[in-house]
Unconditional design. Structure first.
Length: 192
C-alpha cells in the first residue's frame, strides 16, 4: 500500500485546492493520519473510495478526538480548542489499510459543523449519530441525524471534557442509587 505521503500527493494532484496535513501519532501504533479541510472532505472521501489504486471502500470506525486548553473551572465554561472526527478506512477489495483521515471543527462551542461522510461510506451512519449525540458535532448531509444513545430531552453532550454533570437529575428518566442520592441532596438544599 502507498504511504500516507504518497496518498496525500495523489489527492493534491486530483483536488489541488484541498488543504491536507499529515498528523503524526505518538502512540505505540505510530499510525499517522491525514487532516482534511472540511470544505473538501466529501470530494477527498470520494477520491479515496473511487481511486482504482486505493479503493478504500470500507469505513470501519468513526470516532472523536478533541483538543482543548486548560481553563479555570466554572459552572458555565467555554473551552477553546476543537473537536476532530476521525475515520479509519480500509480497502476490502485490495485487502489494505487502515488509512486514517480527520476533519476538524472550527471550535468546541458554536462552530461544530462537519460534512457527513455517510453518503460515501454507509457504515458511518450510526457512528456519526453517536458522535453527534455524545460530543455535539453536527454532520451536514447526514440522512438521519438524531440522538441514538441519550433520550430526546437530554441536554448537552456527556462525553465532552467540558461537560458539567447536573446535581439534580430532574430529567433523569430512571434515577437509581447514587443518582437518587444526588437528587435527594439537591432537593433538600432547595427547601432550606
Amino acid at each position: 500500500m502507498e504511504s500516507l505521503a504518497q496518498i496525500k500527493s495523489h489527492i493534491q494532484a486530483t483536488i489541488p485546492d484541498a488543504p491536507l496535513e499529515i498528523i503524526p501519532n505518538d502512540s505505540p501504533s505510530r499510525q499517522p493520519s491525514l487532516l482534511v479541510g472540511k470544505e473538501h472532505a466529501v470530494a477527498v472521501a470520494k477520491f479515496l473510495r473511487d481511486d482504482p489504486e486505493l479503493r478504500l471502500d470500507y469505513c470501519s470506525n468513526a470516532t472523536v478526538d478533541g483538543v482543548e486548553r486548560e481553563v479555570e473551572e466554572t459552572v458555565e465554561t467555554r473551552k477553546p480548542g476543537h473537536l476532530e472526527a476521525v475515520y479509519h478506512l480500509y480497502s476490502m477489495e485490495k485487502k489494505r489499510g487502515p488509512v486514517v483521515i480527520r476533519m476538524r471543527t472550527g471550535n468546541r462551542t458554536d462552530d461544530v459543523r462537519l460534512p457527513s461522510l455517510t453518503p460515501i461510506w454507509r457504515g458511518c451512519e450510526f457512528q456519526e449519530r453517536e458522535i453527534y449525540d455524545l460530543y455535539g458535532i453536527v454532520f451536514d448531509g447526514h440522512p438521519d441525524l438524531r440522538r441514538i444513545l441519550m433520550w430526546d430531552g437530554f441536554k448537552d453532550f456527556p462525553m465532552r471534557k467540558d461537560y458539567a454533570e447536573p446535581d439534580d437529575y430532574e430529567y433523569e428518566p430512571t434515577p437509581h442509587d447514587q443518582v437518587l442520592e444526588k437528587a435527594k441532596r439537591h432537593y433538600r438544599q432547595q427547601t432550606e
